[in-house]
Design a protein around this ligand. Sequence first.
Ligand SMILES: [Zn+2]
Length: 695
Amino acid sequence: MGHMKTPQKPATGNENPLLAEWSGAFGLPPFGSIRTEHFRPAFNCALAGHRAEIDAIAANPEAPSFANTIEALEKSGRALERVASLFFALAGADTSDEIEAIEREVSPLLARHNNALYLNRALYSRVADLHARRDTLSLDLEQARVLERYHTRFLRFGAALEKTAQERLAEINERLASLGTRFSQNVLADEKSFAMELEETDLAGLPDFARAAAGAAATERGRPGKYVITLARSSVETFLQFSARRDLREKVFQAWIRRGENGGDTDNRALIAEMVALRAERARLLGFASFADYRLDDEMAKTPQAARALLDEVWKRALKKAAAERDALQEMIAREGGNFALAPHDWRYYAEKLRKARYDLDESQIKPYFQLEKMIEAAFAAAGRLFGLSFRPVEVALYHPDARAWEVTDAQGRHVALFIGDYFARSSKHSGAWMTALRDQEKLAGNIRPIVLNVCNFSKPAAGGPALLSFDDARTLFHEFGHALHGMLSDVTYPLLAGTAVPSDFVELPSQLYEHWLEVPEILQTYAVHAYTGEPMPKGLLERLLATRTFNQGFATVEYTACALVDLDLHSLPDAPALDIAAFEREALERIAMPPEIVMRHRLPHFQHLFSGGGYAAGYYSYMWSEVLDADAFAAFEEAGNTFDPATARRLRDCIYSAGNRRDPAEAYKAFRGRLPTVDALLKKRGLVEATSSR
Ligand SMILES: [Zn+2]
């Protein structure tokens, strides 16, 4: 796949392993010989190579054809793609001060490079010419889609605008790229700088697994014998759920919700104000009323109004359910003789107690049944039943000892993909969980199969002990694995359309849908086995666990939907001069009557979905939009009377998991389901239906 058509030998030429084709097993990068200092020269060389390719395509004296323009674009930039995908995988999963420094330098360079590509007039006029003649070019459906996508991209980038507007857009894009990098590094810095060190006597209420994880975190920090709570979601949330120490819960909760809002160098508020203003300006230059209008025009939802209509529908039901939940928690506090009003740092603690009382179920009783190893097996097994995939562990050199690899094959034993799982939290890793690819699937440059990564932040067990997950962690594992399947099963010709390259309100369908198979009784019966006794989860416990699925869903829905509504509000501003972010957030929450006992799942100063690169800016509603799809899609299996129904699974694979962006998402969904989705299955799944009937 080497596409350095103009081989310019840089000074470091032959010694830089990043500039050669990847020669590792399964096409992996040669991790053993890559050093951080290789990235700068590799980026420089790969950028120059791609620039030369683009110039050659734009200056081609022959009349534009699909082959000499669109296919040529698709074949270009391979070295850059390789270097960038590896670099950003490491910047997320195993970063360092040096990598962060390179990231700050490179992100504006990449933005400038993208500007040069999509604001290139000669190139755009070739694409526009082809687009105008598209019906006469004898293109197949996939080719027509690639052409359409390129044309839309150029237009949305501003290729058709006059020169001064283009220059301003280029400036805006570069500035946004730098700001996004700084935003994300600031959040990581605030997370790293906080560690709540505890003594044995401070651990009241914490179950064994939580003590073990806090002990391991202390050891990792060179404080053996102590206990440390960090701002990793799994560490904080576990503590909030179990700690009987109200003072400590408040302390860690305050640190958690103030990430990016602590004043000083790592404060993100001014960055956000600038980003919002720049995005609004970009949208105006491109002829849209607001950034949200611009963003959603190219999504499945099409308009902010459509997204908001769904959120409003869910919001009013969620508020009612959350109010009932709050009353039950307050009652519990009163029964215990507590003389205080439920605060945000109390919610998870009392919810856990109520869950235990109501369902005779507590997290520490469930947790031994969710071993990381077994949950990985479970995710693989479901993929075997649905799509005929097999997974074989392979020994290959990777970037960190905690990362592991499996070769994925299909029912005929053919190679499908390489899958890498990197599951444990560490200080060199950004928070959250995500899927990324070191290589995408395509057939244009030969039968290229993908290399896909899942990165999570589960607590690492103390040496020798089993890694135990919460039920939520297990769900996260299935979620990211659903994204991984979307990448691994991809079966398209053109890389532009591969795998997860779909609109962001559609991309969560394969991941959220996959979560449903964790909850299928036969999967739980087989893989939820006790870490110490090897016994499967007793039937009664399993039933009670599944019965709790709608427990506390008012809280979860409010916590999420508030974020989606504030995001849409913020990005619907037609202009944002000198925006006071704290005031904006407060007022936006007042407008929707946010309950004071609940804090947004991601407050604006650390809302990485919106500001670390902007992948979900004006797009956080996507999770709910996709949930409408996933709930409705899973109902297709229930209607078939078999959660692994082969015919339904076949359609799911053909129309969704392997289809990439070959067609419009609404059409793809209709091909799978025979109709567009309805919101009913979602409301039922979240236990919000009762509110419907009482309306
Ligand atoms: Zn996802």
